[in-house]
Ligand binder design. Structure first.
Ligand SMILES: O=C(O)CCC(=O)C(=O)O
Ligand SMILES: [Fe+2]
Length: 405
């Protein structure tokens, strides 16, 4: 690991550490739940944000991945059982995002960070352009992100790195920091949030799984971080738009003085001249179902679901209402294209859209969500006891479940 100057750069690149399916599932979660990030042109989904938006069940897919990563980092750096996860987040970078040379512990409030793991969830050259990762010294020098690959390194100045500006598309990673300082254990904080959130809900599982949007400014993308509503777009509407969907509010809601409140209201999805019958609880739920459908579209068998009466032809006045709404939530269509338009479009998926498949996916989505919900509710008591998030195989009987001693 020593370079020509005899300096050490403790780091490791692991090819195919995550399966393609794991990458796709995390991408689905990010595209359903992300908010505008901490820096320009960056979007993020943290685990505490998932809890705060009543989407705790989406923590489940992260759990085995965090576990495997921590094990690998401890093994490689020789600090078995010493580390806690300090932060877990899905982070995406779009056109204009970059970061210059830095180490990950380069602020006094980041000194607890000992190790970094960056998992690439999509592909350089396919999903985005630019965005190469570079180490200032030592080998490898440059890493082109490939989905499933992971780079781990010490967070100190032995691993100064940068990321080139993203020039096209959306570059997505799962990023974790690990600490030796147990007072920075993310798990303890999450378990406390989860306990408040999951133990106080009603028993109605579908209500519990209903996403609750955060404040509207967290979904507002403004160019150059201008914080006024005159420019930019709502990222949930924009993500729907780039996949070909519009939103429609029933005639019961006729005026919208405070437009940000409107996205908390029940709505329907439209596509071209069609209006789909299903009423979604709010924009986040509609976005989630659409993202789920696009995640699963290629693997779902073609369904012969009866959709007679489920798809209505939009009247002219309804179409007018839709474009009026669009101008409220998406001020700048060109900007949406620039930020979210994929580099390569799955032509097959685009051409073969059918409401019958969509309708069938809604049912599969419900089963998927309820399974995650069941898993997190069953796991939480064990997590509380051990003050740690770990994966548990529930095979129908809790008694047979093995938990660490
Ligand atoms: O996304 C990457 O490849 C690294 C990002 C990074 O350096 C950071 O977030 O500190
Ligand atoms: Fe970094």
């Amino acid at each position: 690991m020593a370079d020509s100057n005899g300096e050490e750069h403790p780091r490791l690149v692991l090819k195919n550490f995550l399966s393609i399916e794991e990458c796709k599932e995390l991408e689905f979660i990010h595209k359903s739940c992300s908010t505008v990030g901490y820096r320009p042109n960056v979007f993020s989904t943290t685990l505490s944000h998932l809890v705060a938006t009543n989407s705790s069940h989406f923590i489940i897919p992260f759990v085995p991945i965090r576990e495997r990563l921590k094990e690998k980092v401890e093994e490689f750096f020789g600090c078995e059982y010493e580390l806690v996860v300090e932060f877990t987040g899905l982070i995406s970078w779009t056109k204009g995002a970059s970061i210059g040379w830095h180490s990950d512990d380069n602020r006094h409030y980041l000194k607890q960070r000992d190790f970094t793991a960056v998992c690439y969830l999509n592909n350089y050259g396919e999903d985005f352009e630019g965005g190469l990762f570079n180490f200032q010294h030592g080998e490898p020098k440059t890493i082109a992100p490939v989905s499933g690959d992971v780079v781990i390194y010490t967070a100190d100045n032995r691993n100064i790195h940068s990321v080139d500006e993203v020039t096209l598309g959306e570059r997505l990673t799962l990023t974790l920091w690990f600490s030796r300082d147990s007072s920075h254990d993310e798990d303890a904080k999450l378990i406390s949030l989860l306990s408040q959130n999951l133990l106080h809900g009603s028993d109605n599982a579908s209500k519990l799984c209903l996403p609750l949007p955060a404040s509207s400014n967290m979904y507002w993308f403004a160019p150059n971080q201008a914080s006024h509503d005159e420019l930019g777009f709502n990222i949930c509407c924009a993500r729907l738009n780039v996949l070909g969907y519009d939103i429609y509010f029933s005639d019961k809601i006729s005026s919208f003085s405070d437009s940000s409140e409107l996205l908390m209201e029940p709505l329907q999805l439209a596509r071209a001249d069609d209006l789909f019958y299903k009423e979604f609880a709010n924009i986040l739920q509609a976005l989630q179902v659409v993202q789920f459908f696009h995640w699963k579209a290629s693997e779902l068998p073609s369904f012969t679901v009866e959709i007679a009466g489920k798809v209505l032809h939009l009247s002219q006045s309804q179409q007018k209402k839709i474009s009026c709404l669009k101008s409220v939530f998406v001020k700048d269509h060109q900007l949406v294209e620039t930020v979210f338009h994929p580099v390569t479009i799955n032509e097959k998926e685009q051409r073969s859209f059918s409401w019958a498949d969509f309708s069938a996916a809604v049912k599969v989505w419900e089963d998927y969500i309820h399974k995650l919900h069941k898993d997190i509710v069953s796991s939480l008591p064990y997590w509380r006891t051990h003050q740690s998030l770990f994966s548990i195989q529930f095979d129908g009987s809790l008694e047979e479940t093995s938990v660490p001693g």
